[in-house]
Ligand binder design. Structure first.
Ligand code: FES
Length: 322
């Protein structure tokens, strides 16, 4: 239909109201005795629920947990748990029965109506905004408005700056720990540091690393730190996995041929996705699996990513002095 100028066009509602099926009467709608029975069942269940709750409180006192007695813990948990579980069960069954058998199950249709406000309401709202703008001078006084924006943005900056204070303090293991850039780009590893078992700190000999084995490794000096000296922070960065593969199974990237020793290779255990420890090694396939989001790394090919959300290969430490 062609709209004539000046005439409103009624747009049909694209979503039609559903037509409900005819209401089916339940037994309790037609038989007063059945309704009475249903009411009785529901309040009995509710009272039962109350009784079980009281029983749970009583069980707490009747079966106290006594120091060192496992049976007392077992009895306490069993009887309190039973009381609470049965109370909730009775309450739930009662509520469902109430809604299904007693409450009205008639469905009603409320026709949709236009959600658009009346023209007069819309005009009044626009006028209210315009007058608020006029009275405050927000739109007119550009200097005030711009300086307000500048002040608001600047007010956030001190809060952001304070985050820097969250960086760890200097410790013997991390003499510039207060410098976050240094902190994020350095670990305890340095030339000559021995690879040691995690967590004992006992150095590992190459002959210990048998074919197919995988060792969780820390820098030898880490075991000498205690928690107040940043042990966990350092460990989180420096943790390494050490594995021995058949030499012919290794396919290092060009230029990385000497980044291992006699089939022994080491890779950071910190997943390149979001930093979980990559702790599962499959010696048959030479794959490392990160349990957090299932990234998989192929140790025989420079620990490149073969599956999962990680985007980069695991870092490989190398003795570049050779
Ligand atoms: S942290 Fe390893 S896959 Fe997400």
């Amino acid at each position: 239909m062609e709209a004539l100028p000046g005439l409103a066009v009624a747009v049909p509602d694209p979503v039609q109201n559903d037509v409900l099926p005819a209401h089916r009467e339940r037994v309790t709608d037609t038989d007063p005795a059945a309704m009475k029975r249903a009411v009785r069942t529901v309040y009995t269940l509710f009272y039962l629920s109350a009784a079980f709750s009281i029983w749970a409180v009583a069980a707490y006192m009747i079966f106290p947990i006594e120091d060192g007695r496992v049976t007392s813990i077992r009895h306490n948990n069993l009887f309190i748990g039973l009381g609470i579980a049965l109370a909730l069960l009775a309450l739930g069954i009662g509520a469902i029965h109430w809604s299904k058998a007693i409450m009205s199950d008639k469905e009603f249709v409320e026709p949709r109506h236009a959600t658009r406000g009346r023209d007069s309401t819309r005009e009044a709202t626009v006028a209210a905004f315009a007058s608020a703008n006029e009275e405050s001078g927000f739109g007119r006084r550009a200097m005030i408005r711009n300086s307000l924006f500048a002040a608001l943005v600047a007010s956030i900056i001190p809060g952001i700056t304070l985050f820097r204070g969250l960086a760890p303090q200097d410790t013997p293991a991390n003499p510039r720990g207060g410098d976050p850039v240094y902190l994020l780009s350095h670990t305890m590893w340095k030339k000559g540091m021995k690879l040691a078992h995690d967590p004992s700190g006992i150095p590992i000999k190459a002959s210990d690393v048998t074919l197919g084995s995988a060792f969780h490794v820390i820098p030898e000096d880490l075991a000498k730190l205690d928690h107040s000296q940043g042990y966990l922070d350092q460990k989180a960065k420096a943790i390494v996995l050490l594995m021995r593969l058949p030499v012919d199974a290794l396919h290092p990237a060009p230029g990385h041929e000497d980044w291992g020793f006699d089939g022994i290779v080491a890779y950071s255990k910190v997943c390149t996705h979001v930093g979980c420890p990559v702790a599962l090694y499959e010696q048959q396939t030479h794959h490392l699996l990160c349990p957090c989001h299932q990234s998989q790394f192929d140790v025989s090919h420079g620990a490149r990513v073969i599956f999962g959300p990680a985007a980069r290969a695991l870092p490989q430490p190398a003795d570049r002095s050779r």
